[in-house]
Write a protein that binds this ligand. Structure first.
Ligand code: PLP
Length: 413
């Protein structure tokens, strides 16, 4: 039979103009012996943990013809128990929300609280995915700056809040790529400053109408927005997202924002099993927030977004956490000794509460990065000019990194 000719494929596709020329996010995934570039836990799961996860997943598979529990009640209880043990803060399970990685959690937050006409802000250097979440939720991105030592600059925070009135602010603590954490005093100050710094809204006029008149990008204190009865609009709070992806690695005495949840309804704390839990491949992130916030998130999530397999595997990993927590203590100690070795080699380091160290200042950072790669060691060329970031590996990997760095060509700034 003669083959049918294809209809012409030369059509004009409706690509989004704002995506033109952009490239997909992603650190290089290169097959080299020492991979210290994406802040993973360097240890594979133990055989006991593998068995526990297999048993839990096998049980879940028996019901695979059914949709999963869309509110993942058991997993929320397990996460709540874990948080109580890890941070000493007991959170009711219905104030915990989970998704496929904290990336998806961030999207849920922006789908619920950002969007067209709304501003989302952060203070750089910080996690490079934030602007992408903002783009993907059709919101406006505003990047404030930090001080040269990477700590927050409160004059700059006040300026961004005052001029842009963001509906959401992202603050990673410990921050990526710097590793620096926020103090309790800083967290409290931000949460006080953001009580009424969001967009203008009226309580009973449809949000659309108030939002279109509230030009959040220019200063709008003179804009008079009222509802149909003449009641003026008021400023909402700015949602403060404290991204604690690396919280388990913080040094003793460094607080978790979880401790402040009871006092601040506009605070969201996000966490992930990708780092300390050694389960980046699982894709399980979660957040804790007030009931009013969780209820909004539930409006925007896709139905059954968390598969039965993910729920089963995550619960099993949480139930077998004691060995993992010992590993975290080991990684913390290795981080401190890695930072110390880098300082002894003459590098400046940012004080890290995470499982990575940002070090510099190197005039030829790309060449240094490439020299390390040539020795089979992959780290990350990220953050401000002159700095490189290395994740904490096993002691053998850290040694290999340090000896490759000794050989690399480094022009100190
Ligand atoms: C600060 C920060 N937040 C969130 C994430 C995303 O983590 P997940 O794997 O849970 O999506 C990362 C990953 O590197 C991160 O560094």
């Amino acid at each position: 039979m003669e083959q049918e000719t294809n209809p012409t494929r030369d059509v004009f596709l409706p690509f989004r103009a704002d995506l033109r020329g952009q490239s997909p996010y992603g650190a290089p995934q290169l097959d080299v012996p020492v991979r210290l570039n994406v802040n993973e836990n360097p240890y594979s799961p133990s055989s006991d943990l593998c068995e526990a996860i297999s048993a839990s997943v096998t049980a879940a598979i028996k019901d695979l013809n059914r949709y999963p529990d869309r509110d993942f009640s058991k997993l929320r209880c397990d996460l709540s128990d874990y948080l109580a043990e890890e941070s000493g803060v007991r959170i009711a399970p219905d104030l915990v929300w989970a998704a496929n990685g904290s990336n998806e959690i961030m999207m849920h937050i922006l789908q619920a609280f950002a969007g067209p006409q709304r501003v989302v802000a952060s203070f750089l250097p910080s996690y490079s995915m934030y602007p992408e979440y903002v783009r993907d939720s059709f919101s406006t991105w505003v990047a404030g700056t930090r001080k040269p030592d990477f700590s927050l600059d409160f004059d700059e925070i006040r300026r961004v809040l005052d001029v842009h009135h963001p509906s959401v602010v992202f603050l990673a603590s410990p921050n990526n790529p710097t590793g620096t954490a926020l103090s309790e005093a800083e967290l409290r100050e931000i949460l006080e400053l953001t009580r009424e710094s969001g967009p203008l809204m009226t309580a009973d006029v449809p949000a659309r109408r108030a939002a279109t008149r509230d030009n959040a990008v220019t200063r709008d204190t003179d804009v008079c927005v009222t509802d149909d009865d003449g009641v003026p609009a008021r400023r909402t709070a700015t949602i403060v997202v404290v991204d604690e992806a690396y919280a388990e690695f913080r040094r003793a005495g460094v607080p978790s924002a979880l401790e402040l949840l009871e006092r601040y309804e506009h605070l969201i704390v996000t966490r992930t099993m990708s780092k300390a839990f050694g389960a980046a491949g699982l894709r399980l992130g979660y957040m804790v927030a007030a009931k009013s916030i969780i209820e909004q998130i539930m409006l925007v999530r896709l139905p059954y977004h968390l598969s039965a397999i993910t729920q089963a595997a995550a619960s099993a990993a949480l139930a077998n956490r004691s060995a993992l927590m010992e590993q975290v203590a080991q990684i913390r100690a290795d981080r401190d000794s890695l930072a110390h070795s880098l300082q002894e080699m003459g590098f400046e380091i940012a004080l890290s509460d995470a499982n990575f160290v940002l070090f510099g200042k190197i005039a030829n950072r790309h060449q240094t990065w490439q020299d390390l790669l040539n020795e089979g060691v992959l780290i990350r060329e990220v953050g401000p000019d002159g700095w490189l970031r290395v994740s904490v590996g096993t002691p053998a990997e850290n040694e290999r990194f340090l000896s490759a760095l000794h050989k690399a060509h480094v022009d100190h700034m």
